[in-house]
Design a protein around this ligand. Structure first.
Ligand SMILES: [Zn+2]
Length: 189
């Protein structure tokens, strides 16, 4: 007896060429998802405000890099020298007319992975305010590392915390080209 109707149902998926076809479809779908995610990331990075980390009178920084950035991340007391000691520098930064954010206090290695108290953070906020005439509204920890307690401290001081997601979705330069990716790479991607 021939049972033509059973052929398709019983053999579904067990035909080797059918299995290969299914696998190819899956690979194609995954590839498409990855490509479109990368494309979206590139577009987002290209259209989001540009940032530059490690702004301090103690750290030489190309004028061109600062000018093409929208957000400058300032270290208020790098090398233990408050930026307020250089009012000329404060005025120069202000004249660029950029959004300014607080980038640690002294920018020691993983500075905010160590629990800091109110007084420690406040010193940075006060120096920033004295230099630029207004309090910071955003905070980015050095090396993007921050402890749970410090997150709380930042929140309690009404500072918006910017960490890894911010760094992924924005082009972020570094004054001395000390970022994980070079400024040249950031320019392209
Ligand atoms: Zn930094």
């Amino acid at each position: 007896m021939d049972r033509p109707s059973a052929f398709g149902a019983d053999n579904l998926g067990s035909n080797p060429s059918e299995a290969i076809l299914q696998m190819n479809k899956l690979i194609l779908t995954i590839t498409l998802i990855i490509v479109s995610a990368l494309f979206t990331l590139l577009i987002t990075r290209a259209t989001s405000p540009r940032e530059i980390d490690d702004i301090s009178p103690e750290i030489p920084c190309e004028q061109e890099l600062m000018e093409k950035s929208d957000i400058l991340w300032v270290i208020p007391k790098f090398n233990n020298i408050p930026i307020t000691e250089n009012t000329e520098w404060c005025n120069k930064i202000l004249s660029l007319n950029k959004t300014l954010g607080l980038h640690g206090v002294r920018h020691t290695f993983e500075e905010f992975k160590i629990n800091r108290n109110e007084e420690y953070l406040n010193e940075g906020i006060s120096i920033f305010e004295e230099c630029f005439g207004e309090k910071p509204t955003m905070f980015k920890p050095p090396q993007l590392k921050i402890s749970k307690n410090n997150k709380e401290l930042i929140r309690n001081n009404n500072l918006k915390l910017k960490v890894i997601t911010n760094q992924v979705f924005h082009k972020v330069y570094h004054c001395q080209d000390t970022g994980r990716f070079s400024n040249k790479f950031i320019n392209r991607f």
